[in-house]
Structure formats: C-alpha cells, structure tokens
Design a protein around this ligand. Structure first.
Ligand SMILES: [Zn+2]
Length: 318
C-alpha cells in the first residue's frame, strides 16, 4: 500500500468521535486544504458507515484522492480494520469498518485509534518531531494515549497498547468506562477536573460564584480555564489537583518507557502552563530514582481538533 501513493497526492482523513465526524483533504505535509463536518448518527453501525461514505464521495467530486485514513474513538484490531470496542459509538463492535469502506472505493483504507492517529500527527508534523521515544496524551472527557518508538507507532499485540489512560492508580477506585476501576482517566481527565472544581466551589461559594458567572451557570472546562487565567484560586486548585494525579502517573510511565518527552493535547491544553507547570512539579515530586536522570519534557501538542484526521490521512500513505 505504501508505494502506491505518490508524495504529491492528496489523501482524506476522517475523524469519528462520539458526537461529530470531521473530514479533511490533507497533503503530504499535513496541511488540511479543505474540511467538512457532520453529526455522528446516533444509531452508529451501518448508518455511520453510510455517513462516512457520503462524506468521502462529496470530497471525491472536488479532489483526486489516493487514500482514506480513518481515526476513530475505538479500539482497533491489529489488522487495522476491525473495531474491537467503541464505548462511545453505538453498534460498531465486531464490524470490519475498513472492509465496508473499501467495498465502496478502490483505494487504500486504514483505520486507527484516534489517540494513536493524533500521536502520529504530532510526530510527523507537530511538536513530537524528532523525539524518541515519545508519549502522547489527549486529555479531554477521557484520557487517550499514544506512543512512538524508533519512529513507529506502537500498537501492541491486540490493539490496546499505549492505552495509558487506563493504568490503575487506585485499587477498587472509581468505575471507568473501560469496565475497570481506579484508572488514571477517572482522576486526571477533563471529567475529573470538573468534579474537583464542583467540590472546590461547594467549599468556597464566594470564589466559586466568579467561575459560575463566567460559565453562565453551567460549569465547563472553558469557564474554569478563563477563571484560572484570571487568578481565581478555586479554579487553579482544581487544575492543580488534576495535574498532581497526572504528574504522578507520568513519573510511573517514565519508569516503563523513559521517554524523551510527553506531549499533551486535548481541551486541557487551553489552560497552557496553568496545567503543564504543576504536572512537571508533580512528576518531579513522585519520580523514582529522582536526581539520577533527567525527567521527560512535558510539552503542549501543536494540533487541536484536526490531529486525528491529519494523522490518519498520513498513516494511509504507509
Ligand atoms: Zn479505564
């Protein structure tokens, strides 16, 4: 498949999330030259495949396409085609997604886990270039993970390699969407951040009201970010708590992989150093063999919401 696509050719990247499907025409330098978006059909399954096919056909009317890369919020088998688990998208499990798309188009097609695809975008075109090994986290509602070792995306034996968000940090802790308990995702995700903020607001209603006023009554990550940037100590304390859990996990990951850098993307990065600085502090505080080695760099990702489709569009080039 790799030799079939010329470097001057355009590929399509499709990113399928729980609520939105984003598509883009991507060149070999990772530039998105056209894009489109639609809602993820609630029924998932065949409806979702039909929606993806329609989107690709719309692009094909305007561009000559040489391959299709699909980034999806799902676990994908080692054959890069079968969805083995998709907790946030209906009726996808056990479906050979890639075969269904290939039936329609005589083109190379690959599917990749969304965090892996985003990791690849950062490694090829973003802030993870030249780093080895390099870990990637996408911290949004959940915590997704990706890993590149020696210039290759690491997938493991069964497609669950680099699912760093599901490392257990609390025995019999909070129930996680993966079916296990006490995963770091439950303590360091955007969802956990909101939980910490709600607790802190309840404990300090005066400062908490400042945040809720910014949020028009409903607490959101962006309101928390705004409040923290304005110096609100309740908002800052919530970020610190999330960062403390995450930094502790980074210290453990360092023992396993000794990465040169850990790149962080997702909504939390809007807070910038308000999140990254306490992550570095916590990582140092909890680091085993402290003082005997350098800690990995903790850096923000370059790409936002387009990371998955940019990475997938490049991965299909082989
Ligand atoms: Zn989990």
């Amino acid at each position: 498949m790799s030799t079939a696509i010329a470097s001057s050719a355009l590929t399509i990247g499709i990113d399928i999330g729980g609520t939105k499907i984003s598509g883009g025409i991507v060149d070999s330098n990772g530039n998105v030259i056209d894009s489109a978006r639609l809602n993820t059909p609630a029924a998932g399954g065949k409806d979702l495949i039909d929606a993806v096919i329609t989107l690709i056909k719309q692009f094909q009317n305007k561009y000559e396409i040489s391959g299709i890369g699909i980034s999806i919020a799902a676990l994908i088998s080692a054959d890069h085609g079968t969805i083995v688990g998709a907790p946030n998208i209906a009726n996808l499990s056990e479906l050979n997604f890639v075969n269904e798309i290939k039936k329609e188009f005589q083109l190379p097609v690959i599917a990749e886990n969304d965090a892996n695809a985003a990791m690849w975008a950062e490694f090829k075109f973003g802030n993870a270039q030249g780093l080895n090994p390099v870990m990637f986290f996408i911290i949004g509602t959940g915590v997704g993970g990706g890993l590149v070792i020696d210039g290759k995306l690491f997938r493991g034996t069964n497609g669950i390699g680099a699912e760093f968000g599901h490392m257990c940090v609390v025995q019999d802790g909070l129930l996680c969407g993966c079916g296990s308990k006490g995963c770091i995702e439950q303590y360091a995700s955007g969802g956990a951040l909101l939980r910490y903020a709600k607790e802190a607001i309840a404990a300090n209603p005066v400062k908490g009201k400042e945040i809720l006023d910014l949020a028009d009554g409903t607490l959101t990550g962006s309101a928390l970010t705004k409040a923290a940037k304005a110096g609100n100590e309740v908002a800052i304390s919530a970020f610190n708590k999330q960062a403390d859990w995450f930094g502790q996990a980074c210290a453990s990951y360092t023992l396993i992989l000794d990465p040169q850098a850990i790149v962080i993307g997702g909504g939390v990065i809007d807070a910038g150093e308000l999140f990254l600085a306490p992550v570095r502090d916590a990582m140092s505080k909890y680091m085993p063999f402290a003082g005997t080695h350098q800690s990995p760099k903790i850096i923000a990702a370059k790409f936002g919401n387009d990371a998955g489709l940019i990475g997938a569009a490049d991965l299909v080039r082989g």
